[in-house]
Design a protein around this ligand. Structure first.
Ligand SMILES: [Zn+2]
Length: 338
């Protein structure tokens, strides 16, 4: 998330990628999950542990580590019985990444990204909520240091999988698309490709719930971003906050001088917002581990994180109930758009 100024690591990671970027990577058969995570009981924490393990090599788009992460997410989709869209989960797309961002005219590498998409059909399949979380991260540095990306964004993927499991057990009123997105780092490419190439048969997209960094907050606060643009969501946030085991606050969506205080365009929800689709983004404030090699599983706060996942599920259930109203807002925006 918040990829405003991350030039350095890209150069390094690009080097790692160069080795791996020989066209689309076949999804490797992952062996059993690394032993290190066997003792982690709560499923969302276990997902974070596995996706943030060293063998995922920081999950850079187009890299072997990225392919391993993809294989893990797909194995979770299959194990929980999440139906694919259009006969398959994978939505491949081209993405270019500069070899070295320090060089304005740097050569770029053509890579293939993969969005992973499932559909839970609701009682009324005409309108749809799309729940997103990016599974990619920024790879490795020049010394081979791994950007494990436990909070950014293995934590969001754990939340996404928990929401999928909830709606598979409790049929939603409307369609729910579950989308693990690729290539968020460095351009929101997966989200932009998804919005421009919506799978057929998913219904009209009325709302996006995006999860990015749910796992670490030294003051116990999770933010819900988006009600400034869709004031009708204020009630939903207040009701979810009253129910939440952690502190849920609306904010970080008003236009401000300091770009870092407006998160409207800083993660995958931006691609939906720019199409006039109402969104809520759930995430924590920046912390010292953000985009460092120290964003590892052991910084994740289990109680806070599981509270954030529980809150994300509750927000998704409330949004499902509110979807016809959100669809009307979306349509009104489409009609009034220049
Ligand atoms: Zn992120």
């Amino acid at each position: 998330m918040k990829m405003l100024t991350n030039r350095l690591f890209f150069a390094a990671a690009s080097a790692a990628l160069l080795l791996a970027s020989c066209g689309p990577q076949a999804a490797p058969d992952i062996a059993a999950a690394p032993g290190a995570c066997d003792g982690v009981a709560a499923q969302p924490l276990r997902d974070v542990c596995i996706l943030a393990a060293d063998d995922m090599e920081g999950r850079m788009v187009g890299s072997e580590g990225g392919a391993r992460a993809r294989a893990y997410v797909l194995s979770r989709f299959e194990d929980m019985g999440l139906p694919p869209v259009q006969g398959g989960y994978e939505q491949a797309f081209d993405v270019a990444r500069p070899l070295d961002l320090r060089e304005r005219n740097s050569l770029s590498m053509d890579l293939t990204g993969f969005n992973l998409i499932g559909l839970i059909e609701g009682e009324d399949p005409s309108i749809t909520m799309v729940v997103t979380a990016h599974y990619d991260h920024i790879g490795m540095d020049e010394e081979g240091g791994i950007f494990n990306g436990a909070d950014d964004n293995a934590s969001g993927v754990g939340g996404l999988l928990a929401i999928a499991e909830h709606f598979l057990d409790n049929r939603p009123r409307h369609n729910v698309v579950i989308a693990a997105l690729d290539a968020e780092e460095g351009g929101l490419d997966g989200a932009r490709h998804f919005v421009a190439n919506r799978p057929e048969g998913i219904g009209e997209i009325a709302f996006n719930l995006n999860l990015d960094m749910l796992g670490y907050s030294d003051d116990g606060r999770l933010f819900a971003v988006g009600s400034y643009h869709t004031p009708e969501l204020v009630g939903l946030i207040e009701a979810a906050a009253a129910q939440s085991p952690i502190t849920l606050l609306a904010g970080y969506d008003r236009p401000t001088e300091n770009r870092r205080d407006d998160w409207t365009l800083l993660s995958d929800h931006a691609a939906f917002h720019l199409q006039g689709i109402p969104f809520l983004y759930l995430g924590v404030e920046d912390h010292p581990y953000y985009h460092t090699v120290n964003d590892t599983f052991d910084i994740i706060m289990p109680d806070f994180y599981l509270g954030a996942v529980e809150t994300a599920i509750d927000v998704a259930v409330r949004a499902d109930a509110m979807l016809p109203e959100l669809a009307a807002i979306r349509q009104a925006r489409a009609q009034s758009a220049p």
